[in-house]
Design a binder for this molecule. Structure first.
Ligand SMILES: *Cc1c(COP(=O)(O)O)cnc(C)c1O
Length: 379
């Protein structure tokens, strides 16, 4: 129940253990095609250039940035947590002229925050994190997308934590470039990064004047392997592809809307439980993610004692604070297969026990009662 890797669905673990075929085997090529089809469904896009990069979510970030940025291009990066900071670093290394706009951690960006700098600077790309895993804040995108397009820019979105756990509408919201990771709400091991590029973004890729700075992540070559040409580039991580294939099948069989509703229902119950214990969330309550619950550690409660107790005595892992929130925040993930009633209730019971042993005062059982009542109200 941390911020990823999340619980792996048993069907996915089963799939990853199947025999490894060659990366040009007809069976594998068909699996790749089906994987692309399913990724388009989960991203809600018709984008032809939709595939999985052979590396983790950060490589998805790097792929999207290095392919659209040429040295000297302006890229605006919105920073309200660790992953916006990472994106700015990646853009700088890619040779971009990086502009940043910052908000306090836990808050999200509004059109008013971005309009002056976008209108004045006309950046080629605007990068933003949809689900900021360091704070639990959920960034609305539709209006910002309109602003970016009114200024002839491309919108680049980090959907590592959001994809599979809440609605992500690539085409409807006008997202030009998007990346995710396999190990958060997709309930798959870490190692693949789904990406998708709109026709407008593809045109930018096709009109590059300089070579992409990364050989491994150069989409002009990767696309030749994922297209009918099947030009060898690198040996694909065959078994990880099986895993992601099965993970997407599990999600689509449940149905995207049902899957999002399950995350929401478990989040509301967890939130009710944590609130009953007097815990405060770090993100603005109007923009709280369902799958990542970041709460402030109350005065007098020791971070390490509680987290090691959860892990060693109850087998439950939660995340500590990242960056500016180190030692001050707990990050409780209910991502993908981990978003289950039994997890929420077991976690709250274990947390209550440890808090009681460590002198934190509360009315015994209050979080479990609150969570059960939320489950009853949100069936
Ligand atoms: C986890 C995460 C990443 C990085 O993904 P890795 O798979 O760890 O490389 C990037 N952005 C966000 C929002 C994340 O939560």
């Amino acid at each position: 129940m941390g911020p990823g890797p999340s619980d792996i669905h048993p069907r996915v673990l089963n799939a990853i253990g199947r025999g490894t075929v060659g990366h040009l085997d007809p069976y594998y090529l068909e699996t790749m095609n089906n994987l692309q089809e399913m990724l388009r469904k989960v991203f809600k896009t018709e984008n032809e250039l939709t595939m999985a990069i052979s590396a983790t979510g950060s490589a998805g970030m790097e792929t999207t940035v290095v392919n659209v940025i040429e040295p000297g291009d302006k890229m605006l990066v919105c920073i309200n947590g660790v992953f916006g900071m990472r994106m700015a670093d990646v853009a700088e290394r890619a040779g971009a002229e990086v502009l940043t706009v910052e908000k306090p951690w836990g808050e999200v960006f509004t059109v008013e925050d971005l309009q002056p700098i976008i209108e004045a600077e006309q950046p080629k790309v605007v990068g933003i994190v949809m689900a900021e895993t360091s704070t639990g804040a959920c960034q609305p995108l539709e209006e910002i997308s309109q602003l970016v397009h009114a200024n002839q820019g491309l919108l680049l979105v980090d959907a590592v934590t959001s994809l599979g756990g809440m609605n992500v509408e690539v085409d409807k919201w006008g997202i030009d470039i998007i990346y995710s990771g396999s190990q958060k709400c997709l309930s798959c091991p870490p190692g693949l990064a789904p990406v998708s590029f709109s026709p407008a973004a593809v045109e930018v890729l096709n009109n590059r004047k300089t070579k992409v700075r990364s050989w491994y992540l150069d989409l002009s070559m990767l696309a030749n392997y994922w297209s009918e040409d099947r030009v060898y580039h690198h040996t694909a991580p065959i078994n990880m592809t099986y895993a992601l294939y099965e993970a997407l099948r599990v999600i689509l069989e449940e149905g995207l809307d049902n899957c999002f509703a399950r995350h929401k229902r478990n989040h509301l119950a967890l939130q009710a439980g944590l609130n009953a214990l007097g815990f405060e969330y770090t993100a603005d309550p109007n923009n709280q993610l369902p799958m990542l619950n970041a709460v402030k550690i109350p005065e007098g409660v020791d971070d390490a004692t509680i987290r090691s107790g959860l892990l060693n005595r109850f087998g439950i892992e939660i995340g500590g604070g990242l960056g500016a929130f180190k030692g001050q925040v707990w990050r409780i993930g209910i991502m993908g297969h981990a978003a289950r009633q039994s997890n929420v209730l077991t976690f709250l019971a274990a947390l209550e026990q440890l808090l009681a042993e460590n002198g934190y005062e509360f009315s015994a059982g209050c979080s479990i009662a609150a969570a059960n009542s939320a489950f009853a109200h949100n069936e």
